[in-house]
Design a protein around this ligand. Structure first.
Ligand SMILES: [Zn+2]
Length: 999
């Protein structure tokens, strides 16, 4: 079986598939010439395709013209200064400096940079515009440049960051709060596990104690003086690069920048071990980590070595995957990956997740697999699969070479500056791949396993919710496998047989019974002879992308409680058993080298299949859809047992999670009690695998109920015959499977409470965390659904901006805040009124949560009475306009818009018409936005300011402390109603044991 993409000499139907680059006469990947390569040939030190140099003051610059997306520029200031340069009393300072940059500089006081960004339609999120790492800090801007002054102002902002950050007490005080909340965000199970990993791997190096977030007491007490000293000491032009456009007319005398010291990371022969017990861990896990120096990429040989390593990873991952799909597997999932940890050090990690108390078995299996490769190597077949996968991704990258985004280019230039990563032309890389990959031998790839001896700077971390073993147990496993390997008593890898054809005999093609052109969306709609509706739109946004989504009404809302639990597991069982006629592990091999992905989803109101493919592989994608409709999934005991075990562990982990009682209770309060929820242990007992598979099979049987939308680089002359062959070839069942038509779909029994509810969910947790959710019901009037929906969208944005300004920038009490809008059941077949919810979520210090709830509610009342400011509305319109411009060049935008037009209540058979009405409604609202229309919308959509729910997650503290903390809360001036509500609940808290784990 030849898995390498075919050469042009054997032109097949697949290859002619509408490639824009082919029709314009550009060279295709498949016709690229194979190069005769000199392995010692060095790559250019100059980064490819960018204007690059150094100014007199030492500042490095990168300038590049790129039109994806149009009228935008991505800028960055890359500074080779990170947390590793901090002294002990400065831990966290590099990151705080980064925060202060956005709060004030010489020219922009008072978070005016944030306001500037918003005024030009670039939304500011916490840390969205800068990141501090151990070795560097990167400030990023992404701005529209249709007005010339915007680009120069953006550059000026970066110039201010480089030398003019202001260090004022008042700014610092506010920013401390935000940074503390960012710190608190990481104080959960994942954060603690990562801390343990980091200190284990970097033992003996300064990096071990320099994670950028720093220390709590430094964040709380560091002085402006210390921050300023750090800034002045390290922020020198010679340590910085500006990316995109740069000519700082800096008149300051260029100083010699201080050399950035290197901090060694010692290698070690003895493996290091950590057995980390984390009661809140979401899963049991094993991580085997090997640190090594970052690979240099200077010559063709270096490039080839990189490919060999990539093939090793791909081939080993395939084995790990197959093991995870066996009967009673040692782990649920396992994979090997690599990445840079700090400037000169990379980590190669093999990570697995497994059942509780299964980590030793998992570790043993992981070490055995690496040893197996060392002893017996990979087979030629495995290598040819790996080669096909790499060749395919190289082809895809080559095809998309004109569509590289400005932000991606910016990031690669920043990496070039900070880490000296070479930048090679994509065309040349493709030629290298094509020339080098075919000659790489299985024996070379297998040799890479020599890098993964446990004596090669190896650290092993195990995470379990309870202590089940000791470090000695881990050491014994390492010794045991080393011994077995020495004795050569590990057997060869045994591979599965893989069939070659997805569809054995082609079905009889259907035909078109009706064809409609929708000129306003440039889409064509076909009704096939089996009743399936297919709407396709050809685009050239992306050369190597076709997206599709097919849906049919009728999902879980139709099911009785007795069926729900089994049915909800249907897609998961089916996915593993093989909804397209082949087990997933086998199908993966059959698809190696093909860029195809097909998924299924069952939701409350709909069933859908969706995915993406390369235009080359549209036929394969359609074959998979054909198989989905014609395969009957039958329970396979092995698979069922494995999936049930996995699900059981997920439920256990959910029960351990201190935050899940909060999420559960919040949705119970806002939507009412319903059996449509995440499965609990007792629900799980009711799952019947046979019924689950039966339900799944019935979901994808009747093509006449499905509407499929396809958007992307397709050529109808080849695509339509394939659609008729495979989709038209699906037989319509003699009788309808689901008895649904028109308005008989059931709405979900969701209902917002009739009175205000305020509740605290106490949950025991290792480190104090507090989350707040405030929800308001919204009712959307039937006649003006889309207008009201759009108003609700803009209102959410307004609230998000105003509340972030208030709680983060004015009070410095939160790090992040989100406002989301959720609307239920805007479907043609549902006729009742539409309800929805607007929810405000943030996390904060438990002590101030009530105060922040009060501030939030007051701010909403104020907006209702006074309306927003003109500049608020202008920013929102600008952001929305800018986002819109960005999105219209995306296939996914069009796919979703067309799907929306089919699925909206106003759809009555003509998708072009409903598309037009929806678009008009949206732009009408956008054009009419003023402070007074927004104020009216707020009053209309949230008519009763008193009707809302507040749910707060609080760390479980002792009864005594709880009582004692009340006077303290009172001193914040919380309105008495909130206090009364809380007091009522505190009494209740005694009875709230179901929300707490055993303490
Ligand atoms: Zn930050």
């Amino acid at each position: 079986m030849d898995l390498v993409p075919a050469d042009d000499s054997e032109t097949t139907g697949e290859q002619k598939m509408g490639l824009n680059s082919e029709t314009t006469g550009e060279q295709s990947f498949r016709s690229l010439e194979i190069l005769k390569l000199d392995m010692d040939k060095e790559f250019d030190e100059q980064p490819f395709g960018v204007d690059y140099g150094k100014l007199e003051n030492g500042l490095v610059y990168y300038v590049k013209c790129n039109s994806k997306p149009k009228k935008r520029a991505a800028l960055a200031l890359a500074v080779k200064v990170g947390s590793v340069l901090e002294e002990e009393d400065e831990r966290g300072v590099a990151h705080i400096v980064e925060h202060l940059a956005f709060s004030a500089t010489k020219k922009y006081a008072n978070h005016n940079i944030v306001k500037f960004l918003e005024s030009i339609g670039a939304k500011f999120g916490p840390c969205q515009n800068a990141t501090t790492y151990c070795d560097e800090t990167i400030y990023e801007l992404f701005v529209p440049i249709d007005k010339p002054e915007l680009l120069s102002e953006a550059i000026e902002v970066l110039a201010e960051f480089s030398s003019e950050i202001r260090f004022a007490e008042e700014d610092l005080e506010k920013e401390r709060g935000a940074v503390m909340e960012e710190y608190r965000e990481d104080r959960d199970a994942d954060g603690r596990i990562y801390d343990d990993y980091w200190t284990l791997v970097f033992q003996g190096s300064k990096y071990a104690e320099r994670l950028p977030i720093g220390l709590e007491n430094v964040i709380k007490t560091v002085s402006c003086q210390t921050l300023k000293q750090f800034y002045q000491k390290w922020y020198h032009m010679g340590n910085m690069a500006v990316i995109v456009v740069g000519d700082f007319s800096d008149t300051k005398v260029a100083l010699d920048p201080p050399p950035i010291p290197e901090f060694p990371v010692p290698s070690h022969e003895d493996p290091r071990f950590s057995y980390f017990v984390e009661p809140e861990a979401s899963e049991s896990a094993v991580c085997i980590n090997y640190t090594m120096p970052v690979d240099e990429l200077k010559t063709v040989k270096d490039y080839r070595d990189m490919l060999v390593t990539a093939m090793f990873r791909t081939a080993l991952n395939r084995r790990f995957y197959r093991i995870s799909r066996k009967k009673d597997p040692p782990y649920f999932s396992c994979s090997i990956d690599d990445g840079d940890l700090v400037r000169k050090v990379q980590a190669h990690t093999i990570e697995s997740t497994c059942k509780e108390n299964g980590s030793l078995e998992a570790l043993e299996s992981m070490l055995t697999e690496v040893a197996r490769v060392r002893l017996h190597g990979f087979t030629e077949r495995e290598i040819s699969v790996a080669r096909a996968i790499l060749m395919s991704s190289s082809e895809s990258e080559y095809m998309e070479r004109d569509q590289v985004k400005s932000t991606d280019l910016r990031d690669s230039y920043a990496q070039h500056f900070t880490d000296n990563v070479r930048i090679i032309a994509i065309e040349y890389e493709a030629q290298l791949d094509k020339s080098l990959l075919p000659d790489i031998l299985a024996s070379e790839v297998s040799k890479i396993a020599e890098k993964y001896w446990t004596s090669c700077s190896c650290s092993i971390q195990i995470v379990e919710p309870h202590a089940y073993a000791t470090i000695d147990d881990l050491k014994n496993i390492v010794m045991k496998i080393n011994k077995l390997e020495k004795e050569r008593s590990i057997s060869q890898w045994d591979d599965e047989h893989v069939p070659e054809e997805i569809v054995h005999s082609k079905p009889n093609a259907g035909n078109i019974v009706q064809q409609l052109e929708h000129d306003n969306i440039k889409a064509t709609e076909l009704i096939l002879s089996n009743g399936m509706r297919v709407c396709y739109k050809c685009t050239d946004f992306s050369n190597d992308q076709v997206l599709f989504n097919g849906f049919s009404y009728g999902g879980w809302s139709e099911l009785p409680e007795s069926m729900y639990f089994s049915a909800s597991m249907g897609p998961r069982f089916a996915q593993e058993i093989g909804p397209c006629g082949h087990r997933l592990s086998v199908l993966k091999d059959m698809l190696a080298g093909k860029r195809v992905n097909v998924n299924v989803a069952v939701t409350p109101y709909k069933r859908a299949f969706y995915g993406h493919c390369s235009p080359f592989h549209l036929e394969t994608a359609l074959q998979l859809v054909y198989k989905l409709f014609t395969t009957n999934v039958t329970p396979d005991d092995e698979v069922i047992e494995r999936v049930m075990k996995e699900k059981e562990d997920e439920i256990l982990s959910r029960e351990r999670d201190p935050y899940s009682p909060f999420f559960d209770r919040a949705s119970e309060i806002n939507y009412g009690k319903s059996f449509f929820r995440a499965l609990t242990g007792s629900d799980f007992q009711k799952v019947n695998p046979l019924k689950a598979c039966e339900y799944f099979n019935s979901c994808f049987k009747d093509p006449s109920t499905f509407t499929l939308v396809i958007v992307g680089n397709i050529d109808p002359t080849t695509a339509v015959p394939l659609i008729l062959q495979y989709l038209g070839g699906i037989q319509k069942p003699p009788k309808p499977i689901f008895h649904l038509n028109g308005d008989c779909i059931k709405g979900l029994p969701y209902e917002f409470p009739k009175t205000t509810i305020r509740e605290i969910v106490w949950s025991p947790m290792k480190e104090e965390k507090c989350m707040v959710r405030i929800s308001f019901p919204i009712d959307l009037k039937k006649g003006a659904m889309e207008e009201e929906n759009t108003h609700a969208h803009f209102l959410s944005q307004l609230l998000e901006t105003k509340l972030l300004q208030l709680l983060r920038f004015k009070h410095g009490k939160i790090y992040d805040l989100s406002v989301s809008k959720c609307v239920f059941g805007d479907l043609p077949c549902l006729t009742q009124d539409i309800h929805g919810v607007i929810t405000i979520s943030f996390s904060c210090d438990p002590k101030v949560s009530l105060k922040l709830v009060g501030l939030t509610l007051n701010e909403i009342s104020r907006l209702r009475e006074e309306g927003p400011l003109d500049e608020d509305v202008k920013s929102i319109v600008e952001i929305s306009q800018r986002n819109h411009e960005k999105r219209v060049e995306n296939n996914s935008y069009w796919l979703n818009r067309i799907l929306n037009s089919y699925q909206s209540r106003i759809y009555s058979g003509d998708v072009g018409a409903s598309f037009k009405i929806l678009g008009r409604a949206r732009s009408g609202v956008r054009k009419s936005l003023t402070p007074s229309t927004m104020q009216l919308a707020l009053q209309r959509l949230i008519p009763r300011k008193t009707l809302h729910t507040v749910v707060i997650l609080m760390p479980q503290i002792s009864w005594f402390e709880k009582l004692r903390s009340f006077p303290q809360w009172n001193s914040y001036g919380i309105d008495s109603k909130v206090l009364a509500a809380i007091a009522g609940l505190t009494v209740l808290a005694l009875g709230l044991h179901r929300y707490s784990q055993k303490s």
